[in-house]
Design a protein around this ligand. Structure first.
Ligand SMILES: *[C@@H]1O[C@H](CO)[C@@H](O)[C@H](O)[C@H]1NC(C)=O
Ligand SMILES: *[C@@H]1O[C@H](CO)[C@@H](O)[C@H](O)[C@H]1NC(C)=O
Ligand SMILES: *[C@@H]1O[C@H](CO)[C@@H](O)[C@H](O)[C@H]1NC(C)=O
Ligand SMILES: *[C@@H]1O[C@H](CO)[C@@H](O)[C@H](O)[C@H]1NC(C)=O
Length: 231
């Protein structure tokens, strides 16, 4: 036991000397409807909005860190955030929010505690989600242009407006529609330095799953005021 503690201290010391045990964060935001139309059975019709999937400590070597030691998920430490978590980080698939939060924490969050404890991990995610309103950024552009590209999207159709808003390159993740079999926008990723505060350009590999020149999002019904209606 004492030996374990000693080795743990030594490890912590090494990590401290070398900096954080990961290179950057991916804040992954999912488009609910496309999470559910790839063949996944969802508990309810998801809202047409971007909600948090997870905050993933990652390496530039294209390794996502999966926590080996799974700490307990102590819901009490984030219960004050419940209102915001329910709204911005819902379990789109099963509707089992606490289990979703617990899984994300145990898989991605627990191994960076310290330096980020459970409360800080969830607060950080919510803060960034609120600061960078992806739907507002994309709607703003397509509203001004009166329409969204209707012959399919290229990565730049998503990435340029975001770049213009935040001055950094985001990432995009695609999946395949279960019925049309078309590639579709599933998730948008914002990348942050490993101190969690500073936006950085996402590495290219983040966008690897959108590997065709064109993909679809949800082609909106054009309403009379020109604001795309994604519902
Ligand atoms: C990730 O990168 C950090 C620092 O650059 C390094 O210490 C760690 O071993 C890497 N982990 C993996 C799983 O590649
Ligand atoms: C997390 O860290 C913050 C800031 O240091 C502290 O106020 C809070 O009590 C900590 N929470 C837990 C669960 O350790
Ligand atoms: C945007 O990024 C470029 C290059 O990283 C930098 O020179 C410029 O000052 C940034 N602009 C804003 C508004 O942050
Ligand atoms: C986080 O890292 C970035 C880039 O490495 C740096 O510019 C910024 O000052 C850091 N912020 C904090 C709070 O340490």
């Amino acid at each position: 036991m004492a030996q374990h503690t000693f080795i743990l201290c030594l490890l912590s010391l090494l990590l401290f000397v070398n900096g954080y045990p990961f290179d950057f964060f991916q804040l992954v935001e999912q488009w609910g409807p496309n999470t559910c139309n790839d063949g996944t059975q969802c508990h309810a019709q998801p809202q047409p909005e971007f909600t948090i999937h997870g905050l993933w400590p990652s390496n530039f070597s294209n390794a996502r860190l999966f926590c080996a030691t799974r700490k307990l998920f102590d819901y009490g430490q984030i219960s004050l955030l419940q209102g915001d978590l329910v709204q911005y980080w819902p379990d789109v698939i099963n509707g089992n929010n606490r289990r979703f939060w617990s899984n994300e924490w145990k898989k991605h969050g627990a191994c960076i505690d310290p330096p980020f404890n459970i409360t800080q991990y969830f607060e950080l995610s919510l803060d960034h989600h609120r600061t960078y309103d992806l739907l507002k950024i994309l709607n703003g552009v397509w509203h001004r242009n009166r329409q969204m590209p209707n012959n399919g999207l290229a990565p730049k159709d998503i990435l340029n407006p975001i770049f213009n808003a935040i001055n950094k390159t985001a990432g995009i993740r695609c999946n395949k529609n279960g019925i049309t079999k078309k590639l579709q926008l599933h998730e948008i990723v914002l990348c942050f330095d490993n101190n969690g505060t500073t936006l950085i350009d996402c590495p290219k590999f983040v966008s690897n799953s959108c590997n065709q020149p064109k993909f679809v999002w949800l082609l909106p019904q054009q309403s009379s005021d020109g604001v795309p209606d994604y519902a």
